[in-house]
Design a binder for this molecule. Structure first.
Ligand SMILES: NC(=O)C[C@H](N)C(=O)O
Length: 322
């Protein structure tokens, strides 16, 4: 049997519902007691409580710490399962995917309903995650997310519903595998990815979302703020309101790298439109176009890259990678 390390970080999967108030919160302990008992026939489980945080409180510093914990424990285990709140699970998964170069399976999972709620997906997702972590075919695919009988890559997965247990989806390509009662199936290959090494997270990167009528004010404010980088979720193929162009150009002149992603659910940004604020103009100004990442994930990538360089060409190449 495989030796699987289970690292808990908190989130609904580690919470219980108060039956009187309906409130869901941590009790300070992991509620899935007798964890090892559930996996008697699947794997030997070794548990570690790294954090006990609702995931809105997760920061890139915690993610870096988690990466170090995983690295320190790789060699004595065949795979790792990390339990995590679903709100920022995709950011932690992507952070780990960028910085961990392992060939061993690293799986993140969580739950939409805490362990004592009716129809809880907590124990079910945990068991599924362990089954995938114990499967040698899950290795070499980067960090994976297992939820609701599906296997997703860290780069593509995103939380799409506030409460539905089928919340995690990969809008660009769908899941790469599925889990049935009998088996774990992989039906899509995963492209090789470049691993980044990072020793600290010290930069300040903001994320803005475009909206109809967005004015120059927020960009003006950023000109007077201490920032190292900016990610903008632009419209469609990568367009912004014309009013934002001038202050955006000033931010670029100050040497602040600006990465563009789309606020659309699917597709990539590209320099198509030639009108004022259109992608063509933004591209010529030196805005970096990302290849299909969501805003929060592009921000994670920029935070990591900026520890090494703020060189435009290097960043542009990095954001072209899958
Ligand atoms: N389902 C969840 O885990 C949501 C919770 N708010 C968290 O991210 O910690």
């Amino acid at each position: 049997m495989k030796d699987i390390l289970m690292i808990h970080t908190g989130g609904t999967i580690s919470m219980l519902e108060n039956k009187e108030t309906g409130e869901v919160n941590s009790t300070g302990e992991h509620p899935l007691t007798d964890i090892a008992g559930h996996f008697r026939h699947t794997a030997n489980i070794h548990e570690k409580i790294a954090l006990n945080l609702p995931s809105p409180q997760m920061t890139p510093h915690h993610m870096l710490q988690l990466a170090k914990t995983v690295k320190e424990n790789y060699s004595n285990h065949d795979g790792v399962v990390i339990t995590h709140g679903t709100d920022t699970l995709e950011e932690t998964a992507y952070f780990l995917d960028l910085v961990l170069g392992t060939e061993k399976p690293v799986i993140l999972t969580g739950a939409m309903r805490s362990s004592n709620e009716i129809g809880s997906d907590a124990l079910y997702n945990l068991i599924s995650a362990v089954r995938v972590a114990a499967d040698h075919r899950a290795g070499g695919k980067g960090v994976l997310v297992v939820m609701n009988d599906e296997i997703h890559t860290a780069a593509n997965v995103t939380k799409t519903s506030t409460s539905n247990v089928a919340t995690f989806q990969s809008p660009q390509q769908g899941p790469i595998g599925s889990i049935t009662k009998e088996t774990v199936l992989f039906h899509h290959p995963v492209f090789p990815r470049k691993t980044k090494s990072v020793g600290k997270i010290s930069k300040k990167v903001f994320l803005l979302k475009a909206y109809a009528g967005m004015s120059r004010d927020i960009f003006e404010a950023l000109l007077h703020t201490d920032i190292d980088g900016l990610v903008i979720e632009a419209f469609g193929q990568g367009n912004l309101p014309k009013e934002t162009v001038e202050p955006l150009a000033k931010l670029l002149d100050k040497g602040i790298p600006v990465v563009l992603v789309s606020r659309s659910y699917q597709g990539v940004v590209q320099p198509t439109y030639g009108y004022r604020g259109g992608g063509k103009e933004l591209y010529k100004m030196g805005v970096i176009f990302s290849n299909g990442l969501t805003g929060p994930k592009a921000r994670i990538k920029l935070l990591i890259e900026l520890e090494k360089t703020s060189n435009f060409s290097v960043l542009q190449e990095s954001f072209k990678e899958q």
